[in-house]
Write a protein that binds this ligand. Structure first.
Ligand code: C2E
Ligand code: CA
Ligand code: CA
Ligand code: CA
Length: 276
């Protein structure tokens, strides 16, 4: 019996060495990522589909670890969300975005908005509005130049969401719904919440030329945004045919590899300087 147990343990242990320690080692490194200066923000432009202008960019977090190299956010954000690190990392992202806005404004790059991604856990913090307000004050940033991207999953608690969004609206930051159409929420929140922007999820945009359902959904979201007086951004735009479709449907902005991949701060800055 003892032996069989040992064998079972050995088998279990093997499985664990494959799945768990990876995550645990990563977590250990992630804990020190801020102090070791391993985090950075890259910026991806959101392009006006009528005149080609850039009036906003999305900040996307990058982690370059000495041991693992570049770890994609799809791997380390969920870990940070599980262990609570997302609070310090998320606050760092907001701080950096505001610092960047200040730096750009000093270089004559004005009126470029930065959109930051906010995890549901961050958004649920009772003092989330203070974190935003403090960062804006620290760098003397005009609130309208900061945009908060939240997903439908962050909006599950109606009362908490409404009161936080009202506070943020009062501060003057812009609010967008990321990955719109992929969550479980009802359209009711579009009626109740003070939202400024809808971002059409890239899964709908991907097949707009070939899948008539995706085309229909994309058109409907664009028209819905228009009738509610909201800005609308299509994500994951990779091809000219998508641009043509979106233009025809009067989608305001597009974001994706067709225009630019996310760029390091300095490269984004040079791009903005060359057009401003
Ligand atoms: P997201 O917010 O939906 O960001 C868009 C993702 O699509 C980014 O991946 C971007 O690089 C990628 N992308 C942009 N254009 C194209 C395109 O034309 N085609 C395709 N296939 N992909 C495109 P990334 O940078 O790997 O980020 C993945 C996700 O990680 C983000 O999805 C967001 O949910 C999360 N994330 C990134 N930065 C942060 C952050 O600072 N805080 C939080 N909480 N989450 C973040
Ligand atoms: Ca986003
Ligand atoms: Ca998105
Ligand atoms: Ca997302």
């Amino acid at each position: 019996v003892k032996k069989a147990g040992g064998v079972r343990y050995g088998f279990y242990h093997n499985k664990m060495t494959q799945a768990f320690p990876d995550k645990m080692i990563m977590e250990t490194h992630l804990r020190r990522a801020i102090e070791l200066n391993e985090l950075s923000l890259h910026y991806q432009p959101q392009v006006d589909l009528q005149n080609g202008e850039i009036s906003s960019v999305e900040a996307l977090l990058r982690w370059n670890n000495r041991k693992f190299g570049a770890v994609p956010p799809s791997e380390f954000i969920p870990i940070a969300e599980d262990n609570g690190l997302i609070h310090s990392i998320g606050a760092w992202v907001i701080d950096q975005a505001c610092l960047q806005l200040q730096a750009w404004s000093r270089q004559g790059i004005s009126n470029i908005r930065i959109a930051v991604n906010i995890s549901p856990q961050q958004f649920a913090q009772a003092d989330f509005d203070d974190i935003i307000l403090n960062a804006l004050k620290k760098y003397n940033v005009e609130p309208g130049l900061l945009e908060i991207e939240i997903t439908e999953s962050a909006m599950s608690n109606m009362n908490a969401t409404l009161s936080m969004l009202k506070k943020l609206k009062k501060i003057g930051v812009k609010i967008s719904v990321d990955d719109f159409g992929t969550g479980y929420s009802s359209l009711n929140y579009l009626r109740l919440f003070p939202i400024d922007i809808l971002k059409i999820d890239q899964s709908f945009v991907r097949e707009i030329q070939s899948e008539c359902k995706d085309a229909a959904i994309t058109k409907t979201i664009i028209h819905l945004a228009h009738s509610l007086g909201l800005e609308v951004v299509a994500e994951g735009v990779e091809e000219m045919a998508q641009v043509s479709f979106l233009r025809k449907e009067h989608c305001q902005k597009g974001q994706g590899y067709f225009f630019s991949k996310p760029l390091p701060s300095r490269e984004m800055e040079l791009k903005l300087l060359s057009i401003s």
